[in-house]
Write a protein that binds this ligand. Structure first.
Ligand SMILES: Cc1cc2nc3c(=O)[nH]c(=O)nc-3n(C[C@H](O)[C@H](O)[C@H](O)COP(=O)(O)OP(=O)(O)OC[C@H]3O[C@@H](n4cnc5c(N)ncnc54)[C@H](O)[C@@H]3O)c2cc1C
Length: 292
């Protein structure tokens, strides 16, 4: 099916893009980044915006770098850029592990991290990763700029706390220090959305867990932070008992539904197994970093 008619704008600056968004009533104009989610939903007529504001010609939004104690992922940083980034593979374990698992090379070439978060698909992989590492997004509107923790951004299926007049300019990830992390994803075939995904991010201090970040994909109405599991790990040695208990708690935080990808019980069990594997992998990474 073809999308409904729309006006198309390709502004060269962020201010111009914000001014165009402001000309339309709430929700009538949409930001276009990679188009990997927006164009399909327009073709299916689930969305019929009056205008698209294509941000791809705006300079300075494609930066992936560290600065001011944080990793900055500009609004036009593609999944592909993250997949190839040595920085992510090394210091940001969960991000580095997730990037190559997002869909297929065609989608990774165009789709953006910020676009994924703005789209808020409960099966989106970046949502869980960013919850686990406690990332924020920086959103600009004609009125100014605000920082939104990803946990507050993701409100429900395909629903965020962004205002229609706001554009995410960057995703901002705290410095991980010597953290370890990973992302485990079960998919029916390469390129599929997650049946289940688990993001783990861990820091240790004096042999005990300092901070744990655990978040789940595809097993709820949005990406879910497994808070009970995180809290149970804090200040504990990461031994088998602690891992078993955290994995059990993560599985009980999941709200899976039976569908073509598997039953509720199956998905909950995958969360349990992946949480345990993820924690062990994160610990291994930390030990490697401490030895180097
Ligand atoms: C076949 C296929 C398979 C896929 N598989 C996976 C998968 O396995 N895992 C996964 O995580 N994702 C998957 N995706 C989704 C993909 O990752 C998309 O790239 C992503 O969801 C949206 O990013 P985008 O840049 O393409 O955003 P767009 O499609 O351009 O926009 C998506 C939404 O976000 C809004 N938006 C975009 N950028 C901004 C911004 N900077 N500020 C404010 N609002 C913004 C748009 O207005 C729109 O509402 C798949 C997509 C396809 C087509």
């Amino acid at each position: 099916m073809y999308p409904a008619n729309f006006e198309y704008f390709a502004p060269a600056t962020l201010d111009e893009a914000l001014e165009i968004l402001g000309r339309y009533d709430e929700g009538e104009a949409r930001v276009l980044a990679g188009g990997m989610s927006l164009i399909p939903v327009m073709k299916l007529r689930f969305a019929a915006p009056r205008a698209l504001v294509d941000i791809n010609r705006i300079g300075g939004l494609d930066t992936l770098c560290e600065g001011g104690g944080r990793l900055r992922i500009g609004a036009l940083v593609r999944h592909k850029t993250c997949e190839r980034s040595e920085l992510l593979k090394g210091r940001y374990g969960a991000l580095g592990a997730a990037a190559p698992q997002i869909s297929d090379p065609i989608v990774r070439n165009l789709g953006t991290v910020a676009g994924s978060l703005a789209h808020a698909d409960p099966q989106g992989d970046w949502g869980s990763v960013m919850l686990a590492v406690r990332a924020d997004v920086v959103a600009r509107s004609a009125e100014g700029e605000r920082t939104i923790p990803v946990e507050e951004l993701l409100q429900g299926p395909f629903t965020t706390s962004l205002q229609p007049s706001e554009i995410i300019t960057e995703v901002s990830v705290p410095d991980p220090g010597r953290a370890g992390g990973t992302y485990l994803k079960l998919e029916r075939k390469v390129g599929d959305f997650a049946t289940v995904g688990v993001a783990v991010h861990l820091t240790m201090s004096n042999g005990t867990v300092e901070h744990a970040g655990i978040a789940l994909t595809g097993v709820g109405p949005t990406n879910i932070r497994a808070k009970a599991a995180e809290e149970a790990l804090t200040a504990q040695a990461l031994d088998d008992d602690a891992i078993d208990e955290a994995s059990r708690l993560a599985a009980s935080s999941a709200e899976p539904r039976t569908d073509v990808r598997g039953t509720q019980e199956y998905k909950r069990n995958v969360v349990r197994i992946f949480t345990a594997r993820g924690l062990r992998k994160a610990m291994e990474e930390i030990e490697k970093k401490e030895q180097s």
